[in-house]
Design a protein around this ligand. Structure first.
Ligand code: ADP
Ligand code: GLC
Length: 474
């Protein structure tokens, strides 16, 4: 079984969020299932620099206004096809945004090119490679399913990591896509008079998955579907939810070099050294009280505007906070202002720092994820693995991966975290209060930590589900 996975970000080559972690971990997870997965991705500078002994696989005299080469090779252990199209991808910084923080003006061309090449490569047109299944991730590769529908190619799987990003462009861009006129229609790429790449993928792919069963149900409703709920309802029989795993070698507290001290479920006493390191790194007063942790994009999706409005209250309860994240200016400003107002109690790092994100998991007491919606969420899974007890909203993958410490779950000895709903100030306050009460019960807390650390958050189960899906298609 040969599967071509197409993604716009792949850890450890380039990452802005969880999509990269998933796209980076899937090939190794699937190899154990007897599935050979290769990954096609854009030739951003960081990717080009990581390519080892690349060979030219195909040359394009003209691809969206420039010459391009499809390279094949290895990069940091991954088997990759890299689309080297300097006029589209040779840009420093964020893959999607220019230095002004706005979308690159030619994002339609950039990701239509990636999708065109994906369809051609998958159907065996470009050289000695052919895929049995084409696995597409999010809007950046979604058009490949459309190219296949209106031409030919293998069966396709469209995975939705976040339906909020629909790849919408004005209808005038249809001309550059090189699709037949009938593709600008309700069963093609047309979306309320505009174009949506994701909508095209959802309409044309043979199977649709999203990254948790709860999110699969949620996106069929008007509250979560972002206008695509009607289409998804009509395709409900082809839509399933497969929860993400995590790379348990990259995320292993027993060997993690980003930690001040390593530990495991067999003996978590060393974890305390990481808490001391968090106090130093985030300029927090030393102490044994609870330290909440946040590792997140600072956006409306993540509910951190609500959390930011509670920080005076939180400090009043005696808790401390270590937060690392970047995102919306208003939320960044709010958390930085709170840190300035409460030195020693609130520490904020507004940067993207992979190593520090590991230390937060290894040293904080809780991992807060108060998302308004969350397709899967990975930071709560890292939290489980690191004994950093997740405090999460009851939505999407957060609902599917954390067992709330209610009386029944505590009595049965199965609780792994704290859940709350709805996502508002009152419920979040309540959840933080419950977490602090549990934290003060040393035995109950340690039991929760250990249950999380012993939970199976690996890819094994989900890789088997993807493998079964591919086999069912071909
Ligand atoms: P999303 O993809 O919606 O942002 P996920 O929880 O699926 O949410 O994945 C987020 C990923 O990005 C995790 O691997 C998390 O550790 C990482 N991350 C988010 N913000 C930062 C940051 N400021 N520094 C380092 N890693 C971060
Ligand atoms: C998206 C979602 C997140 C999910 C990730 C990987 O970024 O927001 O919930 O974990 O994709 O699937």
């Amino acid at each position: 079984m040969q599967v071509l996975s197409v993604a716009s970000e792949v850890y450890p080559l380039i990452k802005t969020g969880g999509l990269a972690d998933v796209a980076g971990a899937l090939p190794a997870a699937l190899a154990k299932q007897g599935v050979t997965m290769r990954t096609l991705m854009p030739g951003y500078p960081a990717v080009m620099a990581a390519l080892e002994k690349p060979a030219s696989f195909h040359s394009f005299a003209k691809l969206m206004g420039g010459t391009a080469t499809l390279l094949v090779g290895k990069a940091k252990g991954l088997d990759v096809f890299v689309l080297d199209a300097p006029h589209l991808f040779d840009r420093k910084g964020n893959p999607y945004l220019g230095p002004d923080g706005k979308d690159w003006p030619d994002n339609a061309q950039r990701f239509a090119a990636l999708s065109q090449v994906a369809a051609q490569l998958a159907r065996g047109e470009l050289g000695n490679y052919k895929a049995d299944v084409l696995h597409l991730h999010d809007w950046q590769s979604a058009l490949a399913a459309v190219y296949i529908k209106y031409n030919s190619g293998p069966k396709s799987v469209m995975t939705v990591h976040n339906i909020a990003f629909k790849g919408e462009f004005p209808a005038a861009y249809f001309n550059i896509l090189d699709l037949p006129p009938q593709a600008f229609a309700i069963d093609g790429v047309e979306f309320y008079g505009n174009l949506s790449f994701l909508k095209g993928g959802l309409a044309c792919a043979n199977a649709i998955t999203t990254v948790s069963p709860t999110y699969a149900s949620e996106i069929c409703t008007a509250d979560y579907g972002m206008g695509l709920e009607g289409l998804l309802q009509s395709r409900r029989a082809s839509l399933s939810g497969i929860v993400n795993g995590i790379d348990i070698d990259v995320w292993n507290p027993a060997t993690d070099k980003a930690l001040a001290a390593n530990y495991s479920a067999a003996d978590i006493s060393n974890r305390a050294s990481n808490k001391r390191a968090i106090e130093k790194r985030f300029n927090l007063e030393p102490g044994d009280g609870i330290i909440h942790g946040v590792v997140s994009r600072l956006t409306w999706q993540k509910g951190l505007d609500i959390f930011a409005s509670l920080l005076d209250w939180l400090v009043g309860t005696g808790a401390r906070l270590a937060l690392i994240g970047t995102g919306e200016a208003a939320i960044e400003a709010a958390v930085m202002a709170a840190a300035a107002k409460h030195p020693g109690r609130i520490g904020v790092v507004t940067a993207y720092d992979e190593a520090l994100s590991h230390l937060v998991q290894g040293g904080c007491d809780t991992m807060l994820v108060p998302s308004r919606f969350e397709p899967c969420g990975l930071t709560q899974l890292y939290g489980l693995r690191y004994g950093c007890v997740p405090v999460v909203a009851r939505t999407g993958g957060l609902a599917d991966t954390i067992i709330d410490a209610n009386d029944a779950a505590l009595g049965a000895g199965v609780a792994t975290g704290v859940q709350f709903s709805p996502v508002d100030r009152f419920s979040l306050q309540n959840a933080l209060t419950r977490a602090a009460t549990l934290y003060n019960n040393e035995t109950a807390w340690k039991n929760m930590q250990l249950r999380g650390m012993n939970a199976d958050v690996s890819w094994d189960h989900s890789a088997a589900a993807y493998s079964a899906l591919y086999k069912g298609l071909v």
